[in-house]
Design a protein around this ligand. Structure first.
Ligand code: HEM
Length: 154
């Protein structure tokens, strides 16, 4: 049998292999399969779109949930790209802090103003990080797959 046909390299003492059914993956394979910032950001955009329309419908619980999930994704962006750490922390504390305050106080009259400020911070940061061509905006149409109005017992 030639060297080229010895099969999986399980003989390497410190290689950790994870079974994925039909194949085995190394930690490096698994790391390479993690979503990068661009993929995570699509989900972030989705969450904040849902957050905005939930808040427009005066649904505090739903808006809070969407914002919390979006924030978790932003923190994951820093795990895969630590260079965004400081800007992300400031954005979460300041911009999302203002949005959180609006949602928690059900201060719906301030929603559009605070959301517009947050959106402009997003696009300024895209520009700062050489992605000024990525200009995010909240879709005007609400998501069609969620009931946005709060349940009547709320
Ligand atoms: C609510 C907050 C945010 C939203 C909705 C948002 C939205 C987006 C969207 C839609 C994309 C394009 C994804 C694609 O088409 O593949 C993107 C990319 C990007 N965003 Fe954001 N973003 C947010 C916050 C931030 C913040 C705070 C930073 C920096 C600290 C940032 C940095 C970037 C970068 C660098 C990219 C380019 C992707 C890459 O480098 O792989 N974003 N964002």
């Amino acid at each position: 049998m030639s060297d080229a046909s010895v099969g999986p390299r399980v003989e390497l003492e410190h290689t950790h292999l994870a079974s994925a059914g039909k194949t085995q993956l190394t930690l490096e394979d698994l790391a390479g399969l993690q979503p990068g910032v661009a993929r995570l950001m699509l989900e972030v955009g989705n969450r904040f779109w849902r957050c905005y329309h939930a808040a427009k419908a005066h649904n505090r619980k739903l808006a809070r949930f969407q914002m919390s999930e979006g924030t978790k994704l932003l923190r994951q962006c820093v795990i895969v790209r630590p260079k965004y750490d400081q800007d992300m922390a400031t954005f979460i504390e300041q911009d999302l802090g203002r949005l959180r305050a609006v949602i928690e106080a059900e201060d719906w009259d301030r929603l559009d103003e605070v959301f517009a400020e947050m959106t402009s911070s997003v696009n300024r940061l895209h520009d700062v990080w050489d992605h000024g061509f990525l200009v995010w905006k909240v879709p005007e149409a609400p998501p069609a797959d969620l009931v946005l109005e709060p349940p009547t017992e709320d």
